[in-house]
Design a binder for this molecule. Structure first.
Ligand code: NAG
Ligand code: NAG
Ligand code: NAG
Length: 193
């Protein structure tokens, strides 16, 4: 009985140790890739966002930088798909001012356009056309920025315009989209292909 218990404890210890070292290995690759890709530029502050986004993504543990580039691009695709759904849901919910309605319409158009371009970027990455990839992803990030801008320009006057964030129901969606796109782009650029 005692032997059996000891055996179980040992087994548990081995499982815990194995899981621990696997996790450590995984997050090292993610952290290294993010740190290297975001280093030395205006996007240094994106490193924590890069790490948390990629660590939450299935398949990121054990993936190399190229794999992480593909995962980040997939996350971007998922994010823009979700953004389109969010705009549609907000439009359906209603209760918006005319200016907000106009901004939501802009967001819908721009996110739908961007979704096609993310698909093109996925293809460019798969066929190792880094320059086309960056060109595509720049357009993609611009669309989210335009959505954000539509609310700033259209729904507030004067000081409130650069203040709150309250005025745009799309603020977090836009920021996530822009940040993810930049993360994916910077990782691809860091591959040096
Ligand atoms: C986007 O990244 C910036 C840092 O560049 C960070 O301040 C901001 O909180 C991020 N946005 C989101 C929604 O995580
Ligand atoms: C978009 O990506 C960010 C960062 O990975 C994540 O926190 C957020 O939940 C995603 N949004 C959607 C709607 O999937
Ligand atoms: C990206 O998404 C595509 C389509 O869902 C999938 O086939 C591919 O395995 C994904 N790649 C990575 C690296 O997650």
């Amino acid at each position: 009985m005692a032997t059996r218990l000891l055996f179980l404890h040992l087994l548990l210890l081995i499982v815990v140790l194995a899981a621990g070292s696997r996790a450590a290995l995984a997050s090292t690759t993610v952290k290294d890739t993010c740190a290297k890709a975001m280093a030395g530029g205006q996007h240094e502050g994106l490193t924590p966002f890069c790490v948390s986004s990629l660590e939450a993504a299935p398949g990121s543990d054990g993936a190399d930088a190229r794999g992480l580039a593909a995962i980040a691009t997939n996350l971007t695709l998922a994010n823009y798909t979700a953004a389109v759904a969010t705009v549609k849901a907000l439009q359906l919910r209603g209760g918006w001012s005319p200016a907000q309605r106009a901004a939501l319409a802009t967001c819908r158009t721009r996110y739908i356009e961007a979704l096609n371009v993310v698909h093109s970027a996925v293809h460019a990455l798969a066929t190792r056309r880094a320059r086309d990839y960056v060109a595509d992803m720049t357009v993609v990030a611009d669309a989210a920025a335009d959505c954000d801008e539509a609310f700033r320009a259209g729904t507030t006057t004067g000081k409130e315009a650069d203040g709150g964030g309250e005025s745009s129901p799309m603020r977090k969606v836009d920021e996530d989209a822009i940040n993810l796109t930049n993360v994916a782009m910077l990782i691809v650029t860091s591959l040096g292909e």
